[in-house]
Design a protein around this ligand. Sequence first.
Ligand code: ADP
Ligand code: ADP
Length: 239
Amino acid sequence: PSSIRLRDVTVRYPNGTVGLRGVSLDIPAGEMVAVVGLSGSGKSTLIRTINGLVPITSGSLSVGDVRVDAARGRELRRLRGDIGMVFQGFNLAGRTSVMNNVLVGRLAHTPVWRTLVGAYRADDRRLAFEALDRVGMLARVWDRASALSGGQQQRVAIARALAQQPRIVLADEPVASLDPPTAHGVMKDLQRVNVDLGITVLVNLHLLDLARAYGVRLIGMRGGEVVYDGTAADATDAD
Ligand code: ADP
Ligand code: ADP
């Protein structure tokens, strides 16, 4: 229902820099994809293009039945509601609870006093608990986000994406600032999100061996172009 389809997509930033150059890709719903490339190869441009944050200069891009390049207003909000984002820097509000961070997208119509006294709507509370349980962070639900380690914060960020009940999770270098064992833990969580929930996961990585371990499909990028698209196991540095 929400396959990602790019046809000859080029992105040129206002200053003239080319972010993507003639990229064509089909990512079926439910797939796990690792995008690998050096810094500046276009990985985050690809992610920001898919969620409609960066406009394409030419080509066509659709997610499910939404033409992203033509989407506006309500359609763009629906697209972004279907896409959970995970970033390198976690992007949590450090001073507030894990619970409030996970529910940030769902509390817009909840009076602040209710969150202060823990009076969440039952279905919000259930969603948050399920999401935190899935990433092994249920025990920390009432801690301040800033009290957590980097790996724990990234798990909470994944739970925040899950509480949105997305069809797609886009993760932009989610483990780049974590030490190797912690990075593996976070990658395993993303893998579970894909396998257990059937959510499409696209994860940007700069390390090929992580991609080999977790990407079922590997897309290699260089200079804004796709230079490899195949199984992760077969990919070599030369690609
Ligand atoms: P990454 O390599 O992880 O994408 P960068 O350091 O390249 O991170 O980019 C960080 C931020 O700076 C991003 O928001 C990106 O859009 C912006 N940026 C990157 N390159 C340029 C550039 N040449 N001109 C303006 N902004 C840029
Ligand atoms: P990666 O995520 O692989 O590091 P990016 O997508 O961030 O690559 O960057 C691809 C190219 O686009 C780089 O040359 C980068 O400097 C440029 N770029 C990224 N963001 C911007 C921006 N906001 N404005 C101008 N150039 C940008």
